[in-house]
Design a protein around this ligand. Sequence first.
Ligand code: HEC
Length: 96
Amino acid sequence: MTGYRYSAALALLALAAPYAAADNGALLASQCYQCHGPNGRSKGEIDTIAGKSASDIYGDMREMQQKPDVDIMHAQARIYTDAELRAIANYLATLR
Ligand code: HEC
């Protein structure tokens, strides 16, 4: 019986994991809006990032993460793990 409960709990965790990652994307991406505009839609000089393809955003972030540049956006890119960058990119791509 305990064994059954344990595996049921594991099954629930496995189901919940992808949703947790998606929610995480929305939360993490909110950090970008202070510079890229509310919901990623810029009203100033900095690019709009909402609605770009996930692969574009992820690709740009990975590139910036790996270069040694010291500007603000490269510093931003470096603070995220690969999984976090994917979650952010996937989320931003859903904003139209
Ligand atoms: C503190 C301000 C700031 C924050 C916060 C910030 N950015 Fe940026 N970002 C910039 C600036 C400034 C540029 C322009 C850099 C350039 O063009 O050289 C930029 C450029 C970019 C670019 C490249 C756009 C292009 O078309 O070349 C992407 C993609 C990007 N940011 C994504 C993000 C994401 C995703 C986040 C949140 C995880 C984020 N940024 C958070 C300031 C910021």
